[in-house]
Structure formats: structure tokens, C-alpha cells
Design a protein around this ligand. Sequence first.
Ligand code: UDX
Length: 447
Amino acid sequence: MNISIIGAGYVGLSTGLVLASLGNEVFFIDTDKEKVKRLKKGRLPFQEPLVEELLRIGIKNNSVKFDFTYSGTIPKSEIVFICVSTPPKVNGEADLRYLKNAVKEIAKNLSKKFITIVIKSTVPVGTAGWVRKFLKRTGKNNVAVISNPEFLREGKAVEDTLMPDRIIIGSDSSRASKFLIDLYNPIVKQTFENIIEERSDDEIPLVLTTNESAELIKYASNAFLTTKISFINEIANIAENIGADISDVARGVGLDPRIGDKFLNAGLGWGGSCFPKDTRALHQVAGNSGYMPVLLKAVIEVNNEQKYRFLHKIVENLGGEVSDKTIAVFGLAFKADTDDVRESPGIEIINRLEEIGAKIRAFDPMAVENAKLLFKNRNVELYKDPYEAVKTADVLVITTEWSQFKNLDLNKLKKLLKRAIIIDGRNLFNPAQMKKAGFKYISVGRK
Ligand code: UDX
């Protein structure tokens, strides 16, 4: 099929390059000319190993093209995917500016033939309805609008696209739905070749529904996951007060298959480009609809509070004053295996510590370059070597769940730190072992 992808960001590139690898011809349109130039040379704007490989293959076999204008590609396309970002406004609502611009540009360039517009960007309920009305008003009737939300995780973009838990298709056009079902057939049937070795044993479930339900499924899924994390963090805080161990509690709770053991890791809370934005947006969508979402409000509050509790632990363990202290922070990315620092809990901890006068020496296995842009002219030094970062520091603080941190040489760390204190916001180590290794070790929800 001939496909256009509007927005060569994380979702757009991952989706488009996977579709190209399945035998489709894919045109990417992005208004950022520099990005388009770099992509044409095979350079990704973010780190994601398999996506980079697919980009190289797509360029080599001519199945992917990049442009910053719509006119060359839209008239030729059978399907157009909208994958532009929907960043939060100050009030938490999703900003639909880029999406609306994309729709206007698509409308200007539509030919007479039938075309399916697929909204992959995470959007408030009612957005597909708006797009449909807009196109009708501009006299474009041979168009269908599908809501097909994306659930991929950073660091697992290709696997999640090829082996998703489900595919959601919200539509009012059976003709357009059929197009999309055909397009996704190698994924649903797990018959794709050569990209990844793994396959799901079962067919991927397809949920065919209305646009509104599809839009809500995306928000509800992310909000459920943030609820799960905020819930376990609240239990961790209770565990701390009553002397229970949150790791054992989470294991015991998660063994109930109705609950499940995923997303029950207590710690500093959730961050990233999706969870904070989408949970706040759903809160706002609910309010606009006339419903006060009490639970969502609490989920957001627990997540904010969690970082302050952790901050308090750091200050307390440094004798109540940090202005004369140097703090080593391990973890700048919002989670492990990515260089993404957007709404990273670690960055927020650094910001607050710096505000109260601490000197920061930070390390991250992947995110140092991205963090540099945030810390220009600040009292924050960034290191690519963990042992360099802890030199002369009074304490080591862990803010991201990188598994590499578990393999660090603890004896070396102890020698380099001024005081053998580790404050772990991701519960990476066993408290008893850390004590044995000679550390004062403080974590979340554990003694
Ligand atoms: C998330 C959703 O998982 C994905 O389905 C959606 O499409 C986009 O948002 P992502 O942002 O890549 O994906 O990150 P994810 O792995 O879900 O983690 C989000 C945050 O939650 C991270 O800050 C992570 O540290 C935190 N987290 C996750 C916890 O604190 N505890 C957990 O148990 C799991």
C-alpha cells in the first residue's frame, strides 16, 4: 500500500518503518527541515536500535521517503497516518495545534479518490469527530477517519509494533476498517518475516469499535497503569511507616492473576512523554465532560508527592542541610533503556536539590547528551562514567531503574564516596546485602 505518515517522531517513525518492512511504500512528512535532512541520511533523532536498522534498510531498498511538504505525497496515498505530538497545555489539556495543522494540509492536498486518515496521536475523545466535521465543511467527502491509538513503549518500539497486545480500530466506515485490517494482517497473523525472531503464539486481538471508544481506550490504558504505580507507591509509603517490605508485598499481591505482577515496582513514580501528559489530559477531558475524576486526581497527587518524600529522605540523611553538599545522581532518563529525559523524575529531583543549594554530579548510561541541553549554566556536572560522578560526592542517589547500576563495583563506589550512603529511588538493591557491603542504604517502602 501507499502510505503517508505525518510526523516523523517516535510513534510515526516506528510505525512507518515497520509498515515499510512489511512491504508497503511509506512517505514521511515532517515540517522540521533539519530532521528530514538527517533522516534522509539514515540518522534517527532518538536512540532506538531496531528502528535505526529499519531506517537503513528502508532507505537502501527505496521503500521509505522523507519530505517536508504534503503536496507530493498525499494525492498518491491510500492511507495517511497522523502521528504528530499532542503536548500538554498549561491546564493539562492536550494541545491539538499540530494535529489541526496536519488535517488542514491533508485536506488541501486530497485528490478525488477515497482515502483513509488514521489518527495515531493520543487525542481527547471527540477529536476524530472534529476531523470528520472539518473535512465535510471543506467539501471533502471521500474520506474516512479512523482512530487507531498506539501503545508502544520506548526502548521496545519495534517489538511492541510487531507484537502488540491488541490493535484498536475505531471507525464508522467498514471500507476503511477493512483497509487497515488488511494492512495489519501480517501483524495480526504474526506472519511477518526477518525483522525480529520472536513471534506471539496467538493471533493479535483486534478490537473494532467507535472512534470515541478507541480514543478513550488509549487514555484509560495509560491511566490504569499510572493508577497501578501510584497505588503501589502509596502502599510503599504505608509499608515504610509500619515496617513492612514493599518488595515482598508487591510480589504477594501481584501473584493474584486478577492483579498481575507488572507495573508494581514502587519508587520515585512515573514520568516520560506519555504517562504524565495522558493522565492529566484524561483528568481534564473528564472535567470538561461534567464528571469530577476523584481517583485520577489522587493518582496524579500521589505521583507528585512521591518525589517530595524522596527528596525529604535525601535531605534528612544528609543532616537536614544540602547547601554545602555534593550529591551524585545516577539516572537522567525517565526510565531505563532510553535517552529520553522528558518529565524524568530524576531530572526533577536534580532541579529541586539544586534549588536548595546542592552541587550535583550526575551520570546516566544513555541520556547525558539530552540532559546537557537542560543543564546549561547550572550547578550540575554530567558524567559518562559512574565512578567519575561519585568522586567527592557526599551521597549517591539512584533515580532510574537501569539494570547496569546493579553491576557496579560497590567497593569502588564506597571508596570514592565521601560517605557510604546510597539513597535508592528504584529499589535496585537488596537492603540486607547493601548493609553487609558497608552502606547506609535507604530505599522506598523497605527497611
Ligand atoms: C508508556 C506505556 O507503557 C505505553 O503503553 C504507552 O504507549 C506510552 O506510555 P513509556 O512512556 O515508554 O510507555 O514507559 P513505561 O515503560 O510504561 O514507564 C513509564 C514510567 O513509569 C517510567 O517513568 C517508569 O520508571 C515508571 N514505572 C513503570 C514505575 O515507576 N513502576 C513500574 O512498575 C513501572
